[in-house]
Design a protein around this ligand. Structure first.
Ligand code: FEO
Length: 171
């Protein structure tokens, strides 16, 4: 059974993951309108990843006899100055999410909720990959600068990304 405090904190994170998917959907729309179809597609995969994170946490709350609550999702920004600005905002966001996950682990430890602490380790590991993905693209975009042909090549490369359902959806 989840404590009230733990349940509240997990519900906040479900909302944060849903906001993440909403933010990346806004970024995908931005890239579509900028004719960067590969980056738009990359962001669509990211939307699926974030929805997966939200549902994974939702399932865990229910599995532990808690109640997942749907709260209002904030409006994300709608436009950015450049492809680099979009991915920088994505990297900033992922760093914030890493902080939120770390805070959740702190709550689980304070509540002596070992099951939740173990469950959250998947998210701790996932955040390493999330930050590395965004950081790698930011680095490439900084190298590219205003070189349109390199930007086009990176757009093609990012368009190859596909969503892969993780092997353990609820554990
Ligand atoms: Fe759900 Fe991008 O972390």
């Amino acid at each position: 059974m989840l404590s009230e405090r733990m349940q509240g904190a997990l519900n906040e994170q479900i909302n944060a993951e849903l906001y993440s998917s909403y933010l990346y959907l806004a970024m995908s729309s931005h890239f579509s309108s900028a004719n960067l179809a590969g980056m738009a597609s990359w962001m669509r995969v990211q939307v699926q990843e974030e929805l997966f994170h939200a549902i994974k946490m939702y399932d865990f709350v229910n599995e532990r006899g808690g109640r997942a609550m749907m709260k209002a999702i904030s409006q994300p920004p709608g436009a950015w100055d450049s492809a680099l600005a979009v991915f920088e905002a994505g990297l900033d966001h992922e760093r914030k999410v890493t902080g939120l996950i770390n805070n959740l682990v702190d709550v689980a430890i304070a509540e002596r909720d070992h099951a939740t602490s173990i469950f959250l380790q998947w998210f701790v590991t996932e955040q390493v990959e999330e930050e590395a993905n965004a950081s790698g693209i930011v680095s490439k975009l900084r190298m590219i600068g205003h070189d349109a042909s390199s930007l086009f090549a990176l757009d093609q490369e990012l368009g190859q990304r596909v969503f892969v359902m993780p092997a353990t959806p609820t554990a």
